[in-house]
Design a protein around this ligand. Structure first.
Ligand code: SAH
Ligand code: SF4
Length: 439
């Protein structure tokens, strides 16, 4: 979500005549986008913005945006001397106006007080002047979150849930397709809540497949109105959103990729309840089974928090067991970090750092074994890959992703172009990567 917000700010500045640079020393304006989800992310952003402010040339403006700006308000100026401005999560469209105010000599401009629930944080402005256009883009469809999981700061810093209307989303995707984008990832903290509050689906948009829920209807609308989009992804899921319609959409709409990121957080019913996640382990596993029965080749990935307050060895072993039962293709493991103002921050953070590290390591090792076994099933198969260009590790090879969101590395031919969909025969598998040759 932050990547997308940064792009939108960047596009907006380019449309005003600014040009982007990769070199900090050359920049006249540097804006650091920040994340508050874990303490470490905040420490990093604070370190970065502090360093920038201490070393930039006179006249260069350094600003902060994103969740940490929202959370800290005016107090950020006491922590970071020299910071020119700080902009909250729903005021980013004000950055151009702030830059004008800086020109008149104003400083320490803080736009975090206004939390306008009714308007999205940023309107879309077409990108301009970028040398290489991406083939894949994020598109935020749902701002904020209403769930209030006990450990999570997101609802405080991103506000209540607010869905964008379909016409706005379609015009953004159409503009992206015009620049060569073929794959969109629709974003929302609890993306399956799209359209459930705040607006009624327009009655003049039919659903040929007979859907009543807004998210499947949005998928249909994208395929109808922007046929250049060959792949649709969406994240993050919640088990309560794995409805018959959602599963049918994933099965029957060819553009929808066979991958779902469905954060589980824990496999212990007691911890899930303390986390206020709204499901137990059995319900979670049922949701995964529902998906796998309808879409047998679907990849399912997850997020897990280790060391939540009160997590015992037995709770942790439950998580290991349920992760094995769910057969995750990939898992992102996080060590619990108390966030100010959340209900969990009131509980004692009683799992030691060493134990959090141990649990983290155990789950990563389990996942490596599981991921390898799951990826080995692809060996001998031909998989379709959207070619992204030379691989980061070895530029003589190319990489891309298949529908299951697996990274596939292959030998290119001289005629291949970025954005081609190619068939790759898989010859080797690592826990997180597939290797193969053009079929
Ligand atoms: N809305 C998404 C998650 C967004 S935050 C969802 O509910 O699925 C991304 C991930 O960060 C979460 O899934 C969780 O695993 C992790 N996370 C959130 N708060 C955390 C905290 N206080 N400590 C450690 N990890 C956290
Ligand atoms: Fe945070 Fe829970 Fe909302 Fe995800 S669903 S953003 S974890 S409160």
């Amino acid at each position: 979500m932050n990547v997308r917000d940064s792009e939108l700010v960047s596009n907006r500045l380019m449309s005003l005549g600014y040009s982007p640079t990769e070199n900090e020393e050359e920049a006249d304006i540097i804006i650091v986008n920040s994340c508050s989800v874990r303490g470490k992310a905040e420490d990093k952003a604070l370190g970065k913005v502090g360093l920038l402010c201490s070393k930039v040339r006179p006249g260069v403006h350094v600003g902060l945006m994103g969740c940490m700006a929202q959370r800290l308000g005016e107090s950020i100026f006491g922590k970071v001397p020299g910071l020119a401005f700080s902009v909250g999560t729903r005021a980013e469209s004000r950055i151009p106006a702030i830059l004008k105010r800086l020109e008149t000599g104003e400083s320490n401009i803080c736009e975090t007080g206004v939390f306008d629930e009714d308007s999205p944080n940023l309107g879309y402005v077409a990108p301009s002047g970028k040398a290489v256009q991406p083939i894949s883009s994020f598109v935020t469809i749902l701002f904020g979150c209403n769930r209030r999981c006990a450990y999570c700061i997101v609802p405080d810093v991103r506000g209540n849930e607010h869905s964008r209307v379909p016409s706005e989303i379609i015009s953004e995707i159409r503009a992206l397709a015009g620049t060569g984008v073929q794959e969109v990832t629709l974003l929302g903290q609890s993306v399956m809540n799209y359209g459930k509050r705040g607006f009624t689906w327009p009655s003049d948009i039919p659903s040929p497949m007979g859907f009543t829920e807004p998210l499947p209807r949005l998928f249909e609308l994208i395929t109808r109105d922007v046929p250049q989009i060959s792949r649709i992804r969406f994240t993050s899921g919640h088990p309560s959103g794995v409805t018959n319609e959602l599963v049918r959409a994933m099965r029957d709409i060819p553009q929808i990729c066979k991958h779902l990121h469905l954060p589980m957080q824990s496999g212990s019913d007691r911890i899930l309840k303390e986390m206020r996640r709204g499901y137990d382990a059995a319900t979670y596993v049922e949701a995964v089974a529902h998906l796998r029965t309808a879409v047998p080749d679907i990849a399912v990935t997850t997020d897990i928090i280790v060391g939540f307050p009160g997590e015992t060895d037995a709770d942790f072993e439950d998580t290991r067991r349920v992760m094995e039962a769910a057969q995750f293709d990939n898992s992102f493991i996080f060590k619990y970090s108390p966030r100010p103002g959340t209900p969990a921050a009131q509980m004692p953070d009683d799992v030691s750092e060493e134990e959090k590290m141990r649990r983290n390591q155990v789950l990563l090792e389990d996942q490596d074994k599981r991921g390898l076994a799951m990826n080995q099933k692809f060996i001998g198969q031909v998989t379709e890959v959207l070619a992204e260009g030379p691989s980061l590790r070895n530029s003589t090879r190319w990489s891309g992703r298949n529908s299951q969101n697996k990274i596939v590395v292959f030998e290119p031919t001289s005629s291949i172009s970025v954005g081609d969909t190619v068939k790759v025969k898989i010859t080797d598998a690592h826990p997180q990567t597939l290797f193969g040759e053009l079929a």
